[in-house]
Design a protein around this ligand. Sequence first.
Ligand SMILES: NC(=O)c1ccc[n+]([C@@H]2O[C@H](COP(=O)([O-])OP(=O)(O)OC[C@H]3O[C@@H](n4cnc5c(N)ncnc54)[C@H](O)[C@@H]3O)[C@@H](O)[C@H]2O)c1
Length: 361
Amino acid sequence: MDRKVRVGLIGSQFISTIHAEALKQSAAAEVVAVASPTRGNAKAFAQKHGIPHHLTDYHKLLEMNEIDLVVLGVPNNLHCQVTVDAAAAGKHIVLEKPMCLNLAEADRMIVACKKAKVKLMYAEELCFAPKYVRLKQLLDSGALGKPVLVKQSEKHDGPHASHFWDVNRAGGGVTMDMGCHAVEFFRWMLGRPAITSVYAQMGTAVHADKTQGDDNAILILEFANCATAVAEESWTKMGGMDDRAEVHGSKGVAYADLLHGNAIETYSAVGYDYAVEKAGSTVGWSFTIYEEIWNYGFVQEMAHFVDCVKHDKPPLVTGEDARVVLEVIFAAYESAGTGRKVYLPFKTDAAKPFDLWKNRS
Ligand SMILES: NC(=O)c1ccc[n+]([C@@H]2O[C@H](COP(=O)([O-])OP(=O)(O)OC[C@H]3O[C@@H](n4cnc5c(N)ncnc54)[C@H](O)[C@@H]3O)[C@@H](O)[C@H]2O)c1
């Protein structure tokens, strides 16, 4: 393609704002339209980001011939239908995590994209976060020896929008929302060996008034290369977003703290405008992040996906990767629901991961 890749955004709130900001930094991309159903939202978003077209119905955006690529920023329960519609319209797709609500939906999405010959690209930004990319280079170079244990955790005090708290729309709680990051992080870091088993412990420790879903979780994964991985996920950690990883190998160890590690240690008696995602307060001690979406890999992720469309390259993270992650998430809810280690492959026709945990003893 010898012109810019023309992008349509579906959704206009939290993650779509990040997508718009990230795409502005890609010289090969041009955002031409945004669709969002709430009256006024798409228009305000278009004005703020200098996007020429705004629509309330995403089907109308998909009808626009000039759009090559759509980037989805809609609740989890809509991922499947919007993806299938976008594929039918011949658009390449960047899909936010988690893939969708269940494995049947995942298969439908993959088949629809294959049939339409469009790319299904899975937006796992941790695979593009510069500090984690350097961590993987260290591991791949042999600096740490053979990987033995990998840890990753993501924690904050709970999501910003109601659909995340509703298990019927989200599919689960924090494991579905943030455990999916850890699972793909582990696979990517280790070179994608098969995952052989999952053990998980989950609880609703603080937010039972808001959700039936889990707000704290620990997952232990075993890999075919004999490495073990541990994920800690929380919706109850106060004081702003925390994202960190460790790689322990036979010849070394490396610790990477994505946000605190790059932040300015700040004390303010009066508070200030913004410290980091989901920081409740900036009074007293806080950690002030800068270039947040760059540190998190969103800019690099969007540039990569745009490049894949422009030069017809295979993406680093695909719909098939997203399906593996979803299978592991289902296995994790099954494990937490039964109290047993669950072996993969794991087949289930459950409508959503939470269903495997809801009847826990
Ligand atoms: N990669 C990440 O770190 C990350 C961070 C946040 C959210 N996400 C994912 O992004 C997705 C959206 O989350 P969010 O935080 O932006 O939520 P949000 O509530 O901030 O925004 C959701 C958007 O979807 C729109 N929407 C709802 N129904 C729609 C429809 N029928 N057609 C078109 N648009 C519709 C809403 O109007 C809104 O603009 C979720 O799947 C979430 O898991 C990923």
